[in-house]
Ligand binder design. Sequence first.
Ligand code: AMP
Length: 401
Amino acid sequence: MNTNTKKILVINSGSSSIKFKLYEDKKAVASGVIEKIGEHTSKIELKDLISDKVEKRDEPVPNHQAGINVISEFFQDSGILESLEDLDGCGHRVVHGGKNLTEPCLIDTNILKEIRRVGVIAPLHNPAHLVGIKAMISAAPEVPNVAVFDTAFHSSMPNYAYMYALPYEFYEKEGIRKYGFHGTSHSYVSKKAAEFLGIDYDKFNAISAHLGNGASICAIENGRSVDTSMGFTPLEGLMMGTRCGDIDPAIISHLARISDYNTEELDAIMNKRSGFLGVCGYNDLRDVDTQIQSGNEKAKLALDMYIYRLAKYIGSYFSILPRTDALIFTAGVGENSDLVRKLVCNKLSHLGFDIDEGINEGLRGKLSLISKESSKVKILIVPTDEELEIANITTSLINNA
Ligand code: AMP
């Protein structure tokens, strides 16, 4: 048992990318991303966070194994780490744990099999994570690997919250139910918020709004997720940068009937061509904002829809929680957009969400209380840090192994 764990690598591998961050005693010392793996030319960006040196280059990286080698060489060349074997552990972000992998765990052959099996319902993510995990295992066979699932935090949802009102056999045979995502972020920011407010986490009730390019909201009761807006896939729920969120499911069968779109195309429309992008042609809120300033009415409509839908979700979670201690804003939009925070809280002021507009204005990416003294619900900005949470979980799992 190693009780003095120091060096933890966090890996998030996609089908053609690897993102990584290296921690030494919880401090990030290096990070980077390799994109377009397997293409003619790949994009490599490597950062030494101690010396602030950034290395960018374009060169072919044929597969994930070669990507791990690029990272290993970078660690050696910059003197950060002599060998990947010197790591105390490696934490992997895994999007879907399915209904069996409900907690982070040390990876062994059974866990690999289960991640692969769950790939049927997460085809864009789990197979890509497996490739990254296997590349790491083969580069440093002695280093323990940990899987941290985006779905795990939501495994505490009651059955009446996670079931869809479809024939029961779809749940039994195909595993069709709400799983929820962004769990690592919701868990991290809600723990931080409870600590900041001096409330015991197991007595803490909150609504956590992770508003990034992807967005989800979570109702937390006594430190446990009891409902969340994303569902069987990360498409359900809030309106997002390019995803539609909640729609009438019959729209899809209608489109399939009246057009030539096949299943893949319909999936792509809902995931990549909808949301802010679909309504106004811009998916980044900063661009939407600029467009609104110059009188673009579709951009204004898109923002109005976003705020309205967000307020409806917060209101519905407020109604199912017996008490709401805090509303938490996090991720790109939640941490940076004082406009979104102001507009949504103003819609909810009658429920006791009383934002201090003076404090809120201009605040970015800083853990802060932004509600008035008199506000019934505390409103906070809590910067998320999913990689640090994965590093922390990895450290505690290997310390306890
Ligand atoms: P994330 O997925 O958490 O990285 O969030 C990315 C999104 O955050 C971007 O697409 C923007 O819409 C939004 N964002 C980032 N910075 C700002 C900002 N300063 N103001 C408004 N929105 C921002």
